[in-house]
Design a protein around this ligand. Structure first.
Ligand code: SF4
Length: 335
């Protein structure tokens, strides 16, 4: 049984330009202990999906979904209180902008202390002390060298990297089954980035924490994730194991992304123009008819004015009428 199973999730947003489909018929399956990468550029809908899983929608959202199961429980049938309980203890999220997620008027120590789970087996007068020890342990685990200074600081006194480590410590202290990390190393220096990813990987291996890693960097995701799902303009383009997806991309968007990666083995001469996918992602209020990649796709043909369904081929999924690397008649349509 998968840990998380979402089928045909659609999120529409009410905007000044009318109602737009920010996420359309997105399906996602995540198994226990899996590290799954959500790859896509800004605005492709990955963060919306993460927020929908967490159960923190905005007032202008309109959500429809066929199935949304968490660990065998139907999230759609739960009350807001039950969702909040799961959110705090079983699913945790590291947000993109760590300093904005922390309260600037309260010390880091107080915020961390509040997030630490209380050991109910201890007498009440010893619980605070035990939470303090737990806090220091987690700060140490996430690589904070000087926990005492950090505990007495405010968020605005810390670097982005330190704020992110605090957020990670907060998220992990409750030992969640699923950790959603939305661009967890955004704005960090390279050495800290590697440290954070190593920590996440260690947690996955030692504590079997499933991780949903959101990023726009294909190299980073391919290094840490067992499976990848590629998003474009609010839809899933392709999904599969990392090895297969990188070695045999089915979707033109995935292929184009791989072709745009610099080849460090064959350095280019000075001022060589890097390959790119022409054009840019369409604004949600002006989506093209049919396939959303259509105007930019090097493979586009007449049939692409009809929106492609998500097809299923062994453990791969792709949404394209003319995929690479397979004969189209070999597949089954999943939607
Ligand atoms: S359906 Fe057509 S336009 Fe869309 S990705 Fe496939 S080939 Fe390109």
């Amino acid at each position: 049984m998968p840990l998380l199973d979402i089928r045909n999730l659609t999120i529409e947003l009410d905007t000044p330009y009318g109602r737009v489909k920010a996420l359309e018929k997105v399906s996602l399956t995540l198994n226990a202990g899996e590290v799954h990468g959500l790859l896509g550029e800004s605005g492709s809908g990955r963060t919306l999906l993460a927020r929908a899983i967490m159960g923190i929608p905005e007032a202008n959202w309109s959500v429809t979904v066929d199935r949304m199961m968490w660990d065998g429980k139907n999230l759609l049938e739960m009350t807001a209180k039950q969702r909040r309980q799961i959110m705090g203890s079983e699913i945790a999220m590291i947000f993109q902008d760590p300093s904005a997620s922390l309260d600037p008027a309260i010390t880091i120590g107080s915020q961390l202390l509040e997030a630490m789970p209380s050991n109910k087996q201890l007498p009440f007068w010893r619980r605070r002390g035990s939470r303090k020890l737990e806090m220091q342990k987690w700060l140490h685990k996430v690589g904070v060298k000087d926990p005492e200074r950090l505990i007495h600081s405010y968020a605005w006194e810390l670097s982005e990297g330190e704020c992110q480590k605090v957020m990670i410590a907060m998220a992990l202290a409750n030992k969640p089954k699923l950790l959603i990390a939305d661009e967890p190393t955004n704005l960090m220096e390279v050495s800290t980035q590697a440290q954070i990813y190593r920590l996440l990987s260690k947690l996955n291996q030692i504590q079997n924490v499933s991780i949903l890693l959101i990023s726009h960097e294909i190299e980073t995701l391919s290094q840490w994730c067992g499976r990848l799902t590629v998003f474009y303009s609010g839809q899933v383009m392709e999904s599969g194991t990392t090895d297969e997806l990188l070695s045999k991309p089915l979707h033109p968007y995935t292929k184009a992304m791989l072709e745009c990666l610099p080849d460090y083995d064959n350095p280019q001469s000075h001022k060589t123009i890097m390959p790119t996918l022409a054009g840019s992602a369409p604004p949600l209020q002006h989506l093209p008819i049919g396939c959303r990649l259509g105007p930019r796709c090097p493979q586009a043909q007449k049939q692409c004015v009809n929106q492609p369904n998500l097809h299923h081929l062994r453990d791969r999924y792709y949404a394209c009428h003319f995929p690479y690397n397979i004969e189209p008649e070999n597949d089954d349509s999943a939607a």
